[in-house]
Every structure is written in structure tokens, then in C-alpha cells.
Write a protein that binds this ligand. Sequence first.
Ligand code: NDP
Ligand code: MG
Length: 394
Amino acid sequence: MSKALTILGSTGTIGDSTLKVLSLHPDKFSLFALTAYSNCEKMFQQCVVWEPEYAVMVEEKAADALERKVKKAGLKVQVIWGLAGLEYVASHPNTDYVMAGIVGAAGLLPNLAAAQAGKRVMLANKESLVMSGQLFMNAVEENGAQLLPIDSEHNAIFQCLPSIKKKGEGSTTKGVKKIILTASGGPFREKTLKQLERVTPNEACAHPNWVMGQKISVDSASMMNKGLEVIEACWLFNVKCSDVQVVIHPESIIHSMVEYADGSIISQMGNPDMRTPIAYSLLWPERGESGVGSLDLFSVKQLNFEEPDLLRFPCLKLAQDAIRTGGTAPAVLNAANEVAVAAFLNAQIKFTDIPHIVESALSSHSVKEADTIDLILSVDQETRQEVGSKIKTI
Ligand code: NDP
Ligand code: MG
């Protein structure tokens, strides 16, 4: 039977890739809702092609503009706006699957609404899990939701874990010794600390292997992305930080690996293209076309592996420390990083200021139990204000 899909963040790069995969499977999926922040023009184009039941714009003005265009074009799309609109479509009884493709903390409430409504949640938005790991996993468990990772590394790990489908579950960590999380090392893998002080936002966004939104591109350049992914892996696969080893693999061909107690290491490989994990999660437990071509092993020739350098890329260590500390520390790490990355993209701070800002936010925060979403959201807001004021003095 055809499944109805909501794409949160449809105008982003994850949204684009999801729509490309959907177009290969018109008999299997229908589009229930698309959402964006303010990109009215792109949303209108998506409405023309896909005619979903709902289009949500977070900004009211963008929603008004979209509504006028949609009416003029005679489309049967209902336009709604605001955060409430995101939560409405993410939890609506007429949607089966939700692609969580919003960037940053803004994804938390709609993703949680989808989990609470028992949907298949395809999680690209790692920030929501970093902020509220335990509460998010509880919501998935208690409401019978399915949480499938879209992040290429976590999708790879999910594929490499032993399957126990007869019990209706996706995977288990029985017999697993450790998780090996691969990282490309980003565009600055070979730069010295001195050179890192002078890198520009454009250079940071020019990832060697992946085309991604600006925020995750800067995170990849600073290796905060890998830090957030360590935290994401701990929650998704119920493992400790010490069980997750980060390995630099510049070719981005092995998307991650699982080492077993018997010495076997199982990896998932393929061309670096998000359509593979997206197709996997949409079609799971089956497999089908993603539009991604075969990996040409003869042109790849060799695969390399290096240890991460925590002196040049301290964000990775800050994230590892934050998950070891637990409680509200990962939410502080995430909020401080989001504000610092936005300031770097705005040319207000240097690239090398990012870890200092995150470290100082973490050291001035007194960690609490992250036991309610309200507390997590208030810690997120407080951290943003403090970091914002600090940046003004730099
Ligand atoms: P983009 O910046 O390309 O897209 C972000 C999307 O979120 C856009 O649709 C944007 O709308 C919307 N959005 C932005 N701010 C808000 C907000 N405050 N409230 C609601 N919606 C908002 O990001 P990506 O697609 O690259 O990344 C999305 C998520 O997926 C991130 O969490 C990232 O870490 C994760 N991810 C991405 C990968 C990739 O290859 N791109 C790989 C693995 C994970 P608008 O266009 O109107 O601004
Ligand atoms: Mg990733």
C-alpha cells in the first residue's frame, strides 16, 4: 500500500534528495506535506510539481506570498504557517512517514510530534537527538514510532548491525564490540592551526565529497559534525561514547563500520550520495532504486584511514566530553555551536573562535538532568542569548 510522506525542510538539500528518490517510486509513496522556513519561490516550485495536501511556511509573510501564488496557479494545496503548522503536519493522521530534514534545534518539536504520533521518523536532523536524546528515544519507544537514521554514517551502521526482523525490530547491538564512525575530515583536513585562523565561510562550505546546507558544511569543516554524530550514535544504538571510534577516511566510500566480538568488521560502502540512505529508509525493510550509480572500485583504487587530530579539531572532543557529562551539556554544546556557526558565516568571528565559544558556554553552564523538553528548550534559549552577547564583544 502507498505510504504518505511529510518532508520537514523540503527546500533544503535533504529535501531535494528525498524528492528525487520519491520520483523513482510514484506507486509506493504520495506526498502529504512539504515545509520550509521562508523560501517561498522554491516551495512554490515544489508545490507545482508535487501538489501536496499541505505546504507549511514558518514565516507568516512567506506563507501569505505562497498562498497567493498557489491560488493563482489553481493548485489544491492548503498553505499554513508557523511552528504549530510544522507540528500539525508532522503528527497528522494522514501522514505515515516523516522526513526530519530541518536544520538545527528548530527541528526538535516537529520531530518529537512525529515520534509521539507513532510515525516512521527518518532522522536527518541530528541536532534534535543531540539536544534531547533520552526524551526523544522514550517518545519513539512509548508511541511505537520507527526511528530510521538518514545520516549516512548512522544509516550505514544500521545496515551493518544484526537484524532481528522477526520480532518487528530493526536491529540489535548483540555481539557488537564497537562502532567505527568514519569522517571525511572535511575541506580543512590538511590545514595547520595557523591556516585555520584565516579560512573563509566559502572555503568552509566547499566540502570535498558532499553537497550540503551551509550549517552542516561548517560543522563538517570543524568536525563538530562528527562530534554531534558520536552523540547521535550513542542514542540511536544505545552504546557508550567509548564504544564509538572516529576514523578519518578521506574518500567517503566506507560510510561507517561495526566491529563484532569475533573480530569481524562489517562496513557499508557506496558513492557518497544521500539518496542511498534516503531510499534505504523509505523502502526499509526492502531495498530498491535510489538513482545512485554503482561504485567504480577500479577508479577508487585505495581507501585511507587516519586518526583524528583533536588539537586542530577540538570540537570533536568537546562533543565527546558533553555526552560523557550528559544531562543538559549536549543541548548547550548544540546551541552554542549553532550561534557560533551563524556568526562565522556572517563574518563576525574567525573559524577558530567556534570551539572557544562552545567551550566557554559549556564551562559556564551548570549541568542539570535533561528530564523535560521545556527545560531543554530554556537551556537552548539561555545559551543562545549568552553566546550572542559574547560574540558582540569579540
Ligand atoms: P539546508 O540548509 O539545505 O536545509 C534546511 C531546511 O530547513 C530548509 O528547508 C529550510 O527552509 C528549513 N529551515 C531552516 N531553518 C528553519 C527553521 N528555523 N524552522 C523550520 N525550518 C527551517 O540543510 P540540509 O538539508 O543540508 O540539512 C538538514 C538537516 O539534515 C541538518 O540537521 C543536517 O545536519 C542533516 N543532514 C544533512 C546532510 C546533507 O547531506 N545535507 C547529511 C546528514 C545530515 P528554507 O529553505 O526556507 O530556509
Ligand atoms: Mg553524516
